[in-house]
Design a protein around this ligand. Structure first.
Ligand code: DAK
Length: 256
């Protein structure tokens, strides 16, 4: 892969590292292009989970590269830029578990990226915000839609309308991150180990049931859950899971 995004695959986990530390990993046009390609690594059957991190000590990601904002965009350029951010939705639609492992600044498009992941964990130095209105724009990569769905309307509106930062403790309190950890590597390792223990198809269906279901009326969500749940009763992995339990051994899942 290129220079602005490092991609490493090992032990069933693909790690994407945003790699412009001198610019606080701000997302420029090159990085948008590289992220578009990089998220496709999740399609590799050897990859069971995707982890996103930021290079350097200061930031996960400080958002879109503000230095590329001038001059005012033509409608054509604006549309092109929008297309350049489609990887965020591709990431959100990924069938495998995705984790944003956050340290330092996580702002604007960087927080939107994290919101497109299933799980957000952070170190105590992490700082979160959607400062777009301070730049006279609004969050445009899902922030106005995903943040309220994660933390609720009140805390989301406060963050979006003021552009103010929240620290890791507050982010944890409002449910923006599920865990504040002393050691990001160790915490990522624990999550990765958990993802390697579960049935790959089951985890994909569980994710689908939750992420699609949350936007449906309850009765339709329950129907979706029922259908996916029924489908899983037809798999070899289900038989393997039961056999492994009876034989007191680890299951060897194949995704079939
Ligand atoms: N863009 C470009 N450069 C950035 C940057 C950014 N977002 N953030 C930091 N840098 C650069 C700084 O300019 C500086 O570069 P040099 O001067 O050394 O060349 C270097 O990184 C270090 O920054 P600081 O000196 O400011 O470092 P500090 O540690 O003191 O402060 C900071 C770090 C992250 C708090 C501060 O740099 C900051 O406030 N940065 C801006 C954060 C921000 O406002 N982010 C939101 C941008 S708006 C779209 C979808 C999404 C978006 C747009 C369109 N479409 C679908 C169309 C997203 C928009 C956004 O994210």
């Amino acid at each position: 892969m290129g220079e602005t995004v490092r991609v490493e695959v090992g032990g069933g986990v693909a790690t994407l590292t945003l790699n412009r530390p001198a610019a606080r990993n701000a997302i420029n046009a090159d990085m948008r292009r590289e992220l578009t390609a990089a998220v496709e690594i999740a399609d590799d059957p050897a990859v069971r989970a995707l982890v996103i991190r930021g290079a350097g000590e200061k930031a996960f990601c400080a958002g879109a590269d503000i230095k590329e904002f001038v001059p005012p965009a033509s409608l054509v350029d604006a549309r092109e830029e929008r297309v350049g951010w489609r990887w965020v939705d591709a990431l959100a639609a990924c069938r495998k578990p995705t984790v944003a492992a956050i340290h330092g600044y996580c702002l604007g498009g960087g927080l939107e990226l994290a919101l497109a992941c299933d799980i957000r964990i952070a170190t105590a130095d992490a700082v979160f915000g959607l400062p777009e209105v301070r730049r006279a724009i609004i969050p445009g990569a899902g922030g106005t839609q995903r943040l309220p769905r994660v933390v609720g309307l009140g805390p989301a509106l406060r963050m979006i309308l003021t552009g103010e930062h929240v620290d890791a403790q507050e982010a944890h309190r409002i449910g923006l991150v599920s865990e504040v950890v002393p050691d990001l590597d160790a915490a990522v390792g624990r999550l990765a180990a958990a993802f390697l223990r579960v049935g790959p198809r089951a985890v994909a269906y569980a994710k689908e049931a939750v992420t699609r279901g949350v936007n449906l009326p309850l009765s339709e969500g329950l129907r979706l859950e029922g259908e996916l749940s029924t489908l899983l009763t037809t798999t070899q992995d289900r038989v393997e899971g039961a056999a492994a339990f009876a034989e007191r051994r680890d299951p060897a899942y194949t995704g079939r």
